[in-house]
Each structure stands twice: as C-alpha cells, then as structure tokens.
Design a protein around this ligand. Structure first.
Ligand code: ASP
Length: 335
C-alpha cells in the first residue's frame, strides 16, 4: 500500500522544493550539490522554448559533472571546480566563454573558490587570458601564500603554474557583442555598468557537500556589461560572493555586485547561522529576500549546509539554478 505513494513522494522531492527555493534534507544527505547560472529579469514570456531548453540542458550537464565526482567519493572542491569549468566553457553564461564585454571591449574575468574544511580561499580579478578563472583561483589558494591576485600579475601566475591561457576571441560571442553595443548606446560614455540589460546577471556558481562532510563554494563571472575602470564586483571577494565553512555552510552569490560587497552577503548568511543559530534557509532568506530587498540589491544565492540542506533564494524574476542529491535532482529557471 505504502509503495503506491512513492512516485508522488519522489516527484515532490524532485520538483516541489525547488519552486520555493528550498530543498531540506532529512536525514543528512550523503552528498549534495547546487549550481546557479545567474539571477535577473529572466521571464518566461521573453524566452523561446529552444533557449530555455538549452539552458536547462546545460544546467543538467553541469549537475552531472559535479554529482559524478561526489558520488565516486571525490572532494567538494573537485566537484565545484569541475562544475564551474564546464559552465565557464559554456557560451550561454556570463563567465569564461560568453562573458560580457567591458567598456574597453574586453572580457575581464573574476572568480573565487573556498574550501570549507580549511577555510583557505583563492580569488582572481580582471584576468583576460585565462580560459578557466576558477582553476586559477584554486591555484592561488593551493600554490601561493595569497588569497587574491588581479590583472597582469594573476595572468603571470597562471603561466608560471601551467594554467591554460587563450586569446581574447575565445571568450567573445556574437550575443555578448550585441549586448555591449546596446549597453554603450544606453549608458553612453559613462560606462556606469548597471547590468547587462537593466537587472540581468549571468554569473555561475557551485556549492557542494562531499561524502567526507567537507563543504566548498566557488563563483565565476565576466561581471557587468560595459564595466569600466577595472571595476571588480563581489564574485572574487571572499565573504561577499563566495564563502564556505564546514561547520555551517557554503554559499555562492549572483546579482548586483556592489550591494553584495557592501552587505557581505555570503558571510552574512554564515553569521546568522553561527551567531544566531538560524537554519540555512532562514538565514539566506533574511539576507536575500529581506535585507537586500530593503537596500535595493537585486540577485540571489545558492547555499548548502553540513546536512546537505540546500537553499536557492532570489529576489529577481528568475535565476538559473539546479541541485542534485542522492534520490533528488532538479533544474529551474523562473520563479
Ligand atoms: N555579481 C556579479 C558582479 O557584480 C554579476 C552577476 O552576478 O552576474 O560582478
């Protein structure tokens, strides 16, 4: 008799939680993974079925890459890096190939990664020649005494460490070129970089819990279209765009970076859990749906805690997102 309910339960496990952005796990999940491909004004009525399918397929492939690693006993760090490398190489997202263009017409890439087991972190800002900035960020964490390297120095470090570099045309896609032309017409000479199109962000991120109980988080972006003066957003800032601590959570953000820096969003989620004893979902909701809304900061985040609970709140019309755990998996785009 009971078995008859199983398909319903499985469906609820797969689809129910993601609609309200919260996927609790009881008991503790063996492993867990969540991804995002940016939040923003992503509306069903403005997206063709083919395009939505392309995004869903890309998110699904990214989940498989990460989940295969976690299922096979791999580390959360390896899962985060490999998943983000795929999303960086995928031209649909604003990271690596397919990154937006700066005022000067360049793809200037930012990324960061954090290991929840050691709280070591690595980050890079404004790199223009590194194919997978997330791998460079990890190299900064593991092979340098520093946390953040930027610009030419970061690129020299990449070469010294044998990390893949590419020409500028590797990153460029016709679609981003077009958005840049529109942004220049809209923002004029200011290069004020208020977003790809008003309120549209396309950063990628991944958070993971592995079978050893370790958490990791990573984020990678091209930043904002028409950004100027070597503007760097929250993505490579530890505590703003990315944070991980085995004791509480791993967090990766997307949205209007200036707000995420001012309110130390990723760390704020951690702080509400650590100092107030709040659950992951309550902490993330407070920051994204209350505080940031009051302050006018658009965006969202994905986060996982040490039990494999996942939350993915956003205060924009949509966020490309997905999660995978033993027995549950989903991708979603709209609210
Ligand atoms: N947070 C990124 C930035 O401000 C943009 C994004 O999430 O798409 O650079």
């Amino acid at each position: 008799m009971r078995l008859a309910f199983l398909p319903l339960v499985a469906l609820a496990m797969t689809w129910g939680p993601i609609h309200n952005g919260y996927a609790p796990s009881t008991p503790k999940a063996e492993y867990a993974l969540a991804i995002h491909g940016g939040a923003g004004v992503i509306l069903r009525e403005q997206m063709s079925a083919d395009r939505e399918k392309a995004y869903r397929n890309a998110l699904d492939t990214a989940l498989s890459i990460g989940e295969d690693i976690l299922r096979a006993n791999g580390s959360a760090l390896d899962a985060v890096e490999a998943t983000i490398r795929f999303l960086e190489d995928c031209p649909l997202f604003n990271a690596g190939r397919g990154a937006v263009l700066s005022y000067e017409g360049r793809c200037e890439l930012d990324a960061s990664i954090m290991d929840g087991a050691t709280q070591k972190a690595g980050a890079v800002g404004g790199v223009t020649t590194v194919r997978n900035p997330i791998t460079l960020a990890r190299a900064v964490m593991e092979r340098s005494p520093h946390v953040m390297l930027t610009g030419k120095g970061a690129e020299a470090f990449a070469i010294e460490n044998g990390i893949d570099t590419v020409g500028a045309d590797w990153f460029l896609t016709p679609e981003r070129w077009e958005s840049w032309q529109k942004a220049k017409a809209r923002d004029g000479r200011s290069g004020s970089a208020t977003g790809e199109e008003p309120g549209k962000f396309g950063t990628v991120g991944c958070v993971a819990l592995d079978k050893q109980g370790n958490l990791a988080a990573g984020t990678s972006t091209g930043g904002m279209t028409n950004k100027r003066w070597n503007r760097i957003g929250d993505t490579p800032i530890i505590g703003a765009g990315t944070y991980a601590d085995n004791a509480f959570c791993a967090v990766s953000c997307t949205g209007h970076g200036e707000f995420f820096i001012r309110y130390a969003v990723a760390h704020d989620v951690w702080a509400l859990m650590a100092y107030k004893g709040w659950s992951l979902a309550k902490a993330a909701d407070q920051v994204i749906r209350k505080k940031l809304v009051e302050k006018g900061g658009e965006g969202g985040l994905i986060a996982v805690d040490k039990n494999g609970d996942i939350t993915m709140p956003f205060n924009t019309p949509g966020m490309y997102r997905g999660f995978a755990r033993p027995g549950a998996r989903a991708v979603a785009v709209f609210k």
